[in-house]
Structure formats: structure tokens, C-alpha cells
Design a protein around this ligand. Sequence first.
Ligand code: B12
Length: 440
Amino acid sequence: MKKILLIQPSPYDKNHKPVKKKRLYFVGLAMPLLAAMMPEGWESEIVLEIIEDIPFDTDADLIGISTMGHGVIRSIDIAKQFREKGKTVILGGYMASIMAEEALKHCDSVVVGDAELVWQELLKDYEEGKLKKIYERNLERGWFSTPMPRFDLITSKNIGDFLPVQAGRGCPNTCSFCSVACLYKGHYIKKPLNEVVRDIKQVKDLGFKKFLLLDDNIFSDREYLDKLLTEIKKLDMQWMSQCDIRIGRESELLKKLSDSGCTTLSFGLESISAESLKGMNKSWANPLEYPKLINNIHSHGIDVSTEMVVGGEGDTLSSIRDTKKFIEDNKITVPRFYILTPIPGTKFFKDMTEAGRIIKEDIYSFDGTEAVHVPKLMTTDELTNAYWKLYESLFTFKSILKRNVLRKKFFKNPGKYLFYFAVNLFYRYQIKQRITPNIF
Ligand code: B12
């Protein structure tokens, strides 16, 4: 029996130690899917480094390591350690795909993009001792298929009360800072409905009452989403996902979402400056319309979670300060911010490089918590300072209370808002230590 060890690494913290948590709420799907695609005669083990240690003395023959954003530096370090021990190492995932040549320096083989169409070939080549350097075959535009993820390999670990499900990959929008646009180039591919239903049923059969539809944008194909909601409703589960804010214009669809058990949607609003959105190739989003859309989503009983960035082309110190009022007026329970960062591979990185506006060379430190480019209307240091000030201003006790407790809906579901209140307190603690809160 051969064995593969599949590792989802943890990014490094400021002290160059892998981030550790007691519980990992957001579990990725890549490792359970790769395990599900192993042929007969292979044993699979999954390690989620955030909550467990990597067994460097493993008896596994093959090591597969995932890569995400700046966390790729930890993936590379792990790869190096295993290679020193004579193991064969494969890197895959977003960041290795975007910087495959660089990743190859530290492993035996890189899978670029989706693994589904190359995984069997790679494993066969490995067994025959003729592993290629790069494996790349994009899934057909339109539809794709996956086996049922091997959740049995992770359910005994300390994870949250929901599991991930995926219906589609990619997004029809091509925002200039987004890594999804690099890999899927404005395309959206989706799984047949029966496969999505099969995967949700598995989650339910494992005893979970909730799932996270971790698609990049569930509002990519309206007709497909409508049919999907009809199916989800029958399964009687609660679920969360993320999508394009323009879904807020669609009252009928929002009602159907809510009826199907959707409790929270996350939106990349990015900025309240139309000029900044234009600079991100996101002028299809209108910040003046945001309050109306958020209100409509809220009125259908769906919580709105927001992700925003500061440092766009139209941002000024005062527009960053004004973001506080926007978040409070719209009663956003748990807002999250990053500094707009030119991730290698994106159009924004190319534009900033060409304009000579990137001031930091070490791309592995590009973690969205420190400005690494020269913004248009302020200095780099002013941007970093304005970012932390914005976070501090929203995580005072007064603002936390205003957004989570002093709201009309509080008494409808006090437990939920008290939970958000507690999350806010934890974020406040992290912000004080200059740690950017994230959804882990
Ligand atoms: C769940 C998730 C997480 C979870 C991970 C949980 C865990 N540890 O198990 C959490 C919340 C912890 C997380 C953290 C981060 N994440 Co994240 N995450 C996601 C998310 C939403 C879903 C991932 C997923 O399961 N997708 C579904 C699977 C099936 O797709 P996939 O991961 O791409 O995998 C396929 C292929 O890429 C490939 N593949 C993937 N890994 C491997 C490994 C091997 C060996 C092989 C052969 C193939 C392979 O095969 C899979 C099947 O085709 C994605 C968004 C997205 N669109 O994927 C972002 C995403 C991957 N994350 C991203 C980022 C930036 C981060 C953070 C850096 C955020 C931060 N600022 O801290 C950290 C880094 C964490 C780290 N480990 O280093 C970016 C990556 C961008 C980039 N250029 O790399 C994404 C794309 C979000 C975005 N839109 O920008 N994340």
C-alpha cells in the first residue's frame, strides 16, 4: 500500500511561526477532493497545520502541499524539509499555479490550476518514475465534475460546525486585484446539480446541520442558482456563501435564498470610493447603491458580511475615515479590511510594477496588512496608518455595541448577535496586537 500525505499549511505569523488555532472553522475542499481521487492501493492522510503538527517523520511516499497567498512561503519551507528527507513533493493550489516556475525550484512537480484532469496522470507517472515538472489542464469551460470529497479524513479533527461544498468555480467579473480572475479569466464553471446535492447530503449524513458554499460568486449564473436553491431547500440545511452585491437588487431571488436556509452572504464591497472601484476594474459596483442593497438583503433575514480594501486609486485619508460611518450606518456586524495588495500574477501587480509603484521586493511578505505600493493620493506609510486607525475606530466598545446590540433586530435573535459581539471582542484584541483579523 502506498501512502500520500496531503498538507494544508498554516501561514506564518509576524514572528515567523505558523499560525496555530484551537479550532479551524473554514476547512478547504482541495485536500478531501485530492484524497477522493486517489486510485486503489493508496492510503491518504490529511494534515491541517493550523490545528495540528506536521509529521515530518511520516512513512508517506508522496507529499502534496497546498498554497494560498503569502502562505506559500510556509508551503515552500515544508516542501524543502520533506525533500531533504528524500520525499517526492507536489505543490498545487492558487499561489503555486500563479508562480509555477518559482514553486518548481522547491518541489518535484507543480499542478497548475484545477487538479481533476491531471491527478491520475501525475500519480501514474510517479509510479513509473517519470514525473513531469508541470501538470496543467484546465477544466472545460462550462461544466465540471468531482468525486465526493473524503470528509471522513477530517471530521474527527477540531473543525467548525459546518463543512464546505462547492457548486461553481471562477467568476464572470475580472477585478484587477483578484487571484480568481488570474486562474479563471472571467469564466464561471459549475457542477451538475445532482453532484452538488450529493455533496450536501453527505455533509448532512455526517451529522452537520450547516454547510459553506465556498464558491467565489454564487450570483454568476442566475438560472443555475435558481435551480440550485430549489434543490437546497429540500435538504433542510442552513448555509452561507459569498457573491456579487448586485444580488441585493433581486428581491424574489433573495426570498428564495432565505427560504432555502441561506443565513449569511459575504460581499467583497472593496471601497466606498467609485474612483477606487474604477481603478480595480470593478466599476460595475456602485457604492451609492450599497446601502439600499445591504438593506434589502438584511430585510430578507440574511446577514451581510463585508470584505473591503483601502488604498485604491480614489482613496484619500478622509474617504478611509468615512468608511467607519458607512459600516456603522449599515449595521455590518463583523467587518473585515485589508490593504489593497498587488498579489503577483494579478493585473494590479503588473500595472503597479510597470508604474514602478511597488516599494517592497519580498513578495512573500505581501499579506495585506502593510502597504507595499505607493497609493495615488497619500504616502505608503499614511495608508498603513489609516488602515489600522480605521480598524481601531470600528472596534471600540461603542462601535461594537452600535453594530451588534443596539439594533432593531437584536431581540429577534439575541444569541446570534451576542455571538457576533464576542467575535468583535476577539477582533478587537487582535487589532490591538496589530494582527489583521481573518475568518479562520
Ligand atoms: C477555504 C479557504 C481558506 C481556508 C483554508 C482552510 C484550511 N486550512 O483548510 C482559510 C480560511 C484558513 C484560508 C486562509 C487563507 N487564504 Co484562502 N481560501 C479559501 C477558499 C475560500 C476556498 C478554498 C477551497 O477549498 N476551494 C475549493 C477547492 C476545490 O479549490 P482549490 O483550493 O483551488 O483546489 C483545487 C486546485 O487549486 C488544486 N489544488 C489545491 N491545492 C492543491 C495541492 C496539491 C498538492 C495539488 C496537486 C493540487 C491542489 O486542486 C484542487 C482541485 O482542483 C479560497 C477561494 C477559492 N476560490 O478557492 C480562498 C483562497 C484560496 N485563499 C486565499 C488567501 C489569500 C488566503 C490567505 C493568505 C488569507 C489571509 N490573508 O490570511 C490565508 C492563507 C492560509 C494558508 N494556509 O496559507 C486566496 C489565494 C490567492 C492566491 N493568489 O494564492 C483565495 C483564492 C481567496 C481569494 N479570492 O483571493 N483560506
